[in-house]
Ligand binder design. Structure first.
Ligand SMILES: [Zn+2]
Length: 508
């Protein structure tokens, strides 16, 4: 196992956690060792490795500037895994009160061969409530010969009472460059030749977890030998490195909704993992954003789009940031193969930004409409006319909009896929007699509702209105001031509109 072989032997080899390592080494060098540590952070970032080095360091017979010597009897015993006084427990499988009680019962005994007894409790958040209580008692009054190192990937699941009794260290995701450096070092030592682009792909794919990165490297080499090309790496990672993610990013930046939706449909039809495809597209857009902001291509990026600085710089960072924001909302958990969330995310970009629509200051003393409405108390003062009657959140919403929200809620509960087409992609034009007229901003959503969602919508409309309804749809131009179906900003728009004299930009 490559990872086991290249596990750091000393603090100086731990990658990407300098803030922690420096503090620990200083504490060790000045003999200020705490009795309880809590290491939190994402998987594979070095928590257990650092804990084991710390276990050696507190027991080392020849500590050098905080670094364990790795050759003395204590270091050797711990490295070989046969030190009786290093007790490692995986709380994922030993999570009960009895497991912790066993620790408590034995902790009073002096260490058998080392200076300190070190308890390493991995995945500590998995402990049961009773086990945490038992642990807490132990942490309150530990014997001087014992040190606890708790590790967790889920800090929020660790009780505050436990956290407060530990010295806490937050491990970070390792930066891509640092992962690449370490991988390159390992390749040199092992005699592998992997292109830097390939190593970068491995780093990106492992999302800041060095252990995962090294495991991926091992898989690549196992499959393609010691000299894999970048394409081999991509294949091995199951990365399509789908050129279509760049094409989609480009379509979004260039305002080509038709192209964007075509690409999404194509990708979905090919059975591509949409979560990953969306993430890839976001990565491309992030690179574009960086490029726009810095005015220079990101040398660490592999995206060809970046060569094309003209596209992005012409439009500034706003649209790119918004594209990232919308794509990040696409949630495929309910139905992984269904492209609708991504389609809706793309389509949302083509609705004018809310802030622009309300940025016009009110003409007659209403004040600027930019204030976040949610944070503003009902304003006494010179409000006149309907602003004064504005009763609050509910009152800001037109009956049509309230109906549409209700309709969307009911339809998406009944059928998530179809319901998604009602979210942010349409408006209610009228409800008259037995006819519900809806205007859609995008043809794909309209056709979907027309052909497959008609019965659903008519049934739910009947349930809301208490009478049989017939649905009529048409394609409409979305208005610049059309409120988007986003709870936070919808309220803002409505509030702004209710201010006398407020006029959406461009609609004077
Ligand atoms: Zn030593």
């Amino acid at each position: 196992m490559l990872y086991g072989k290249w596990r750091p032997r000393g603090f100086d080899e731990v990658v990407g956690q300098d803030h922690i390592i420096t503090t620990l080494r200083n504490a060790l060098a000045t003999s200020q060792v705490a009795h309880a540590y809590l290491f939190s952070g994402p998987r594979g970032t070095g928590k257990t490795t650092t804990a084991r080095i710390l276990a050696r360091a507190v027991n080392c017979e020849a500590l050098q500037a905080g670094e364990p010597c790795n050759v003395c009897r204590a270091c050797e015993a711990i490295r070989r895994g046969n030190a009786l006084d290093l007790i490692e427990m995986d709380a994922a499988s030993n999570r009960g009160i009895d497991d912790v009680r066993e620790i408590r019962d034995k902790i009073a005994f002096a260490p058998s061969d080392l200076r300190k007894k070190v308890y390493l409790l991995d995945e500590v958040h998995m402990l049961t409530g009773g086990a945490f209580n038992a642990l807490l008692k132990t942490l309150e009054e530990p014997p001087p010969h014992a040190i606890f190192i708790l590790a967790t990937t889920e800090l929020h699941d660790v009780p505050a009472t436990i956290i407060s009794r530990c010295q806490r260290y937050d491990f970070r995701r390792v930066a891509n460059e640092a992962v690449v450096r370490r991988l390159r070092f390992i390749c040199e030592q092992e005699g592998f030749k992997v292109p830097d682009q390939g190593l970068l792909q491995i780093a990106i794919q492992s999302r800041g977890g060095l252990r995962d990165a090294i495991t991926l490297l091992e898989q690549v080499v196992a499959r393609f030998g010691a000299n894999p090309g970048t394409d081999d790496v991509l294949v091995s990672l199951g990365l399509t490195h789908d050129a279509r993610s760049e094409a989609l990013a480009r379509a979004l930046v260039e305002d080509d909704l038709g192209q964007a939706l075509t690409l999404v449909r194509e990708v979905a039809d090919d059975g591509v993992d949409l979560t990953r495809f969306t993430r890839e597209t976001i990565d491309v857009l992030r690179d574009v954003l960086l490029q726009v902001v810095k005015g220079a291509p990101n040398p660490a990026s592999e995206h060809r789009l970046l060569g094309d600085s003209a596209i992005a710089s012409r439009r500034g960072p706003g649209p790119v940031a918004r594209a990232i924001e919308e794509l990040a909302k696409a949630d495929f958990r309910q139905d992984p193969g269904n492209p609708v969330p991504l389609e809706v995310a793309c389509a949302s970009l083509f609705i004018a930004p809310v802030v622009q629509a309300v940025a016009a200051p009110a003409a007659n003393g209403g004040g600027p409409a930019r204030e976040p409405a949610g944070q503003r108390p009902a304003r006494p003062g010179p409000a006149t006319g309907d602003a004064a009657q504005k009763p609050g959140r509910e009152g800001d919403v037109s009956p049509e909009e309230r109906f549409l929200r209700d309709l969307y809620g009911r339809c998406s509960t009944a059928d998530f896929k179809l319901g998604a087409h009602l979210n942010g992609s349409c408006e209610v034009l009228s409800i008259e007699g037995d006819t519900l007229e809806m205007g859609f901003f995008f043809r794909p959503s309209m056709e979907k509702i027309q052909n497959e969602g008609r019965t659903l919508v008519e049934q739910q409309a009947e349930a809301i209105l208490g009478r049989p309804m017939r649905l009529s749809v048409k394609l409409v131009e979305r208005k610049a001031a059309a409120p988007r179906q986003r709870p936070k900003s919808g309220h803002l728009v409505q509030t702004a509109r209710s201010i006398p004299g407020a006029v959406p930009i461009g609609k004077e």
